[in-house]
Write a protein of this length. Sequence first.
Lengths: 252, 263
Amino acid sequence: MRKARIAYGGAIHEAIEWEGRLKLDDGRIVEANKVTWLTPIVPRTVFALGLNYADHAAELSFDAPSEPLVFLKGPNTFIGHQAYSRRPADVTYMHYECELAVIIGETARHVKKEEAYKYIKGYSVANDYAIRDYLENYYRPNLRVKNRDTCTPFGPWIVDATDIEDPMNLKLTTHVNNKLVQEGTTADMIFDIPSLIVYLTSFMTLSENDVILTGTPKGSVDTTVGDVVVTEVEGIGRLVNTIIGDDSFANR
Amino acid sequence: MTRARIKVLGERNLALVDVHAGTNTVVLGNRVLSVNEIQFDNPIIGTVYGTLLNYKGALEKLGDAVNHKPYSSPPLAPILYIKPANTFNHYGAAIPIPPGIEKLEIGAALGLVIGKLAVAVEEKNALNYVAGYTIVNDVSVPNESFYRPGVQHKARDGFCPIGPWIIDCHEVENPDDLAIRVFINGILQQENSTSNLIRSVSRLLADVTEFMTLSPGDVLLVGVPEDAPQAKVGDKVRIEIAGIGSLENVIVDESEINGRGKI
């Protein structure tokens, strides 16, 4: 099942995909283009992976890491499907990152690799934008690059874990203005999903609605104001986002 | 007497009370209670952001290394990190020390509790966005490098005791002049002051909210002073911040803790 959180008719609802439309939790059936999409869950702690695809690491001139390169993201950065991400006027390089998002379903500590999938309740798609102009070599990638308001679209929905036979064999693509710019497969992750859960729970407790953004493959290019960026993970979802500029904001 | 908000374990909401930061007592109705007679809960509901290298002495310790690899240049914008929900801990609770680790670093931090949505605030108005001040023990597994995010050093269970209370913003005349002391087993181990910050409280709020919004209930730590003392199993750790109060915790072997923070 695919579940979304949306706003419709002045209230927030859960909704499921229903023959190309959405069925709300109060029984109403509505057209998908009539709702405002929120993030599919309210995330608790969000982990993101840097350099978790060998081809992307090479693209950025890094050796593949020997242990997962993990950083955290705050709630200010998340927006839903069909929303807008802000590109500051003074930057030269803002790129998308299409990622498979793993959503934890229950409390997890010291998890064994063969049991790791048991702790996952579902999957979604995230676009983990980075603004490379702001990179500094302290806690890299620093929050000014990776935790900006509106710069992590997440959705459209959460797909039940039981509906996905093999999350380690899904195609990832990004299209900018309908042109294919990024293509890869989750099969190429350096640290696969069970390894990431084993790693994190070896030193901390994970809880329901913690999210792991599992990294992005090769294919980062600059995006500009007005670009429509579609990040898609096969069988999980197609996440649409539009880049807007500073002139939409009073606080330029 | 000082106005403060406390969260008592099992209570749904924060309570507004009078406290004595000096004697560590709380006035509840006509009773005066010592902090040790109250079971505190963590008073924070938002996201806790730490700030790296914001004490002059802490940056000086890096010396010329900031100009060499991997850093290559001194920090420009505030370097932040997140203390996630699993790290939250409260006054009087145990801080678990993981197996194989001898000592933990005690990070004595002033926490700015945000009172209203703070987007690109100006330095001169920044304090209007602060609801109050609290004490945070930003615990770390000791680690020399600041190159990669220190999740495995800073984000372990129970590594972020907060409290005992949130002192109302109006009670603190100048947050940039607060003495900070750390005692381990009653012996003074560290002394510093927020007067040694590189970015003052207002400057930090302005520079952080330039690139990310802080929401009501979020906490921004102003930084950890250099030469953070280290503590081992059994040590009682107390962080005092002048006018705010003192936060006390004990270091306990992780295997002795059932459920987070409970011995």
